[in-house]
Design a protein around this ligand. Structure first.
Ligand code: SIN
Length: 538
């Protein structure tokens, strides 16, 4: 297997693919992805892209709504550039073949919580799947983009740049089909690894969302920020699956209402915007209702949406309910909150550059300043396309990245067996099967712990206890890591633990409640202006 590229893209969701398509005009691109190319977070996105394209809308209104949701932590200049550049990026997606829904020739615009206008460009409730389909076929048709599946980036390769500043030189990866370590060197590395919902036992994120990018960037010395802001989506199907089946917020945009199991609506008791209040408000209200009643779930009443509309506008919901034997019109849909999105991530500037030279980050893995303390619904796919475009501009304008003197390559000396242990053993006398059991047990423990102690409502004591349990687990895992055979499961567990520790550390540092972070011991939002980011680095 040999590679020859100028730019290494880690991840094959909307951020990685749009960036690749743009730079491939002038650079050779290698995309690596840890599973199959379509196994991305993007594929799971139901809602759509928020873009102020309606006749009654303008970027100013979108900016205002984003700032309100972000609870004082958005970077206004970033919000401004995203809402202004967004519509052009949506037109580009259409040019790449994405079939967004239309009404009478115009784009159909959906409504979601926190938006003052209809502005969600969508493909029913399968928007991510449609975007991924179109972009993958554009990538297949493009010259100079090589896609390699089943290559899991394990760590960034970091060298010394001028003045000993760290520079990214590519990644060391695990080719898990061949069981080999591979060093992939490149002047530019583009992290598009998505989020980390798998740190929680109830999540809408797929199994691949294990915080790989955040953990790798942190270990490499990049700055990460605002990881305490975990968005819990209020309407995941109950009982939750892994991943949880998501009932799009757009259903509420079309009139669905949250009710207690006795049929009474309750959101108006919590917020005048009712079922369409921003997600942090709704998730906390649902949490309170469940605490107060001791109930296991609430109900999404979709009776205001005609059956024919459900079938055409929300085919994923319609078919998903049918497949599970649920008639949504009989008793409504049982729902609970589930972890959905991390608003913080690897700190980037307006060109998507991280604090490590040669390393870019775009999409859920990044912290651009757009979301602040709470992401406005459907702003994330938009953020991904805007910053991929900006990163491509920066690379094509001549960011040389690190001059390695060579293009991305996997040369023989850098290819090694995935571990030093013999046969099936793990190097410490444990069998591979015992190791697999151990990893599964730790992963489950971590996910349950995060849900229990670092969930929608937090306390100082819960956060202290989470830290006291997680930090030794991470230390043990790092010690094992140094001597054991690499496997996908071991890499992911290490990243999940690292990301969880960083989330807890960030949550402990924030001595206030703001946006998605609510701590009963500090229930008030501090009125410090400007509000502060929680920045962590090694
Ligand atoms: C949804 O459709 O409710 C999810 C959209 C998003 O997360 O922005």
């Amino acid at each position: 297997m040999s590679y020859d590229a100028d730019v290494l893209v880690v991840g094959s969701g909307i951020a990685g693919l749009t960036f690749a398509l743009k730079v491939a005009r002038e650079r050779k691109v290698l995309i690596i992805t840890k599973k199959e190319r379509a196994a991305s977070n993007t594929n799971f996105a139901r809602g759509g892209l928020a873009a102020g394209m309606g006749p009654d809308d303008d970027p100013e209104l979108h900016l205002r709504d984003t700032l309100i949701a972000g609870a004082g932590l958005c970077r206004e200049e970033v919000v401004d550039l995203v809402v202004r550049e967004g519509p052009e990026r949506v037109r580009e997606l259409i040019d790449w073949g994405v079939r967004f829904h239309r009404e009478g020739g115009d784009l159909s615009l959906g409504m979601e919580g926190g938006h003052s206008r209809r502005r969600i460009v969508h493909a029913g409730d399968r928007t991510g799947r449609e975007i991924e389909r179109a972009l993958l076929s554009a990538v297949e048709a493009a010259a100079d983009i090589q896609v390699e599946e089943h290559l899991l980036a394990v760590d960034l390769l970091v060298g010394d740049g001028p003045g000993s500043a760290p520079v990214c030189q590519g990644v060391v990866a695990l080719d898990h089909r061949e069981g080999r370590k591979v060093s992939l060197r490149a002047p530019i590395t583009f992290l598009a690894t998505g989020g980390c919902g798998q740190v929680y036992c109830h999540t809408t994120n797929p199994a691949i969302a294990t915080g790989d990018g955040i953990a790798m960037a942190y270990r490499a010395g990049a700055r990460v920020a605002n990881l305490e802001f975990i968005q819990f989506h209020p309407t995941a199907l109950y009982p939750t699956e892994d991943p949880a089946f998501l009932l799009s917020e757009a259903l509420r945009g079309e009139g669905a209402v949250l009710r207690r199991t006795d049929g009474t609506a309750f959101m108006e008791d919590h917020d005048p915007r009712g079922s369409l209040a921003p997600r942090d408000v709704v998730a906390r209200a649902v949490h309170r209702e469940l605490q107060a009643t001791g109930g296991s779930h609430i109900v999404l009443d979709i009776s205001a949406i005609p059956r024919a509309t459900l079938r055409t506008r929300f085919p994923g919901t319609y078919e998903g309910c049918a497949a599970r034997g649920i008639d949504p019109y009989a008793e409504g849909i049982p729902v609970v909150p589930a972890a959905h999105y991390i608003c913080g991530g690897v700190v980037t500037d307006s060109l998507a550059r991280t604090t490590v030279d040669g390393l870019y980050a775009v999409g859920e893995v990044a912290s651009t300043g757009l979301h602040g303390a709470n992401r406005l619904a459907s702003n994330s796919l938009l953020e991904a396309v805007v910053f991929s475009h900006r990163a491509a501009r920066s690379v094509l304008a001549g960011d040389p990245g690190l001059e390695t003197g060579a293009s991305a390559s996997a040369s023989d000396p850098s290819v090694a067996d995935a571990g030093d242990a013999e046969g099936d053993g793990m190097g410490d006398g444990t069998t591979a099967r015992e190791e697999a059991h151990r990893i599964t047990a730790v992963r489950s423990r971590l996910r349950a712990l995060m849900w229990r102690r670092v969930g929608i409502v937090r306390s100082d004591e819960d956060l202290e206890r989470a830290a006291a349990e997680l930090e030794p687990l991470l230390a043990k895992e790092e010690a094992r890591w140094a001597v054991s055979r690499w496997s996908v499961e071991a890499v992911e567990l290490r990243n999940l633990l690292q990301t969880a520790v960083l989330i807890v550390e960030s949550a402990r540092r924030r001595k206030e409640s703001r946006g998605l972070h609510f701590n009963v011991d500090h229930p008030v939002t501090s009125d410090d202006i400007p509000a502060e980011d929680t920045v962590v680095s090694v």
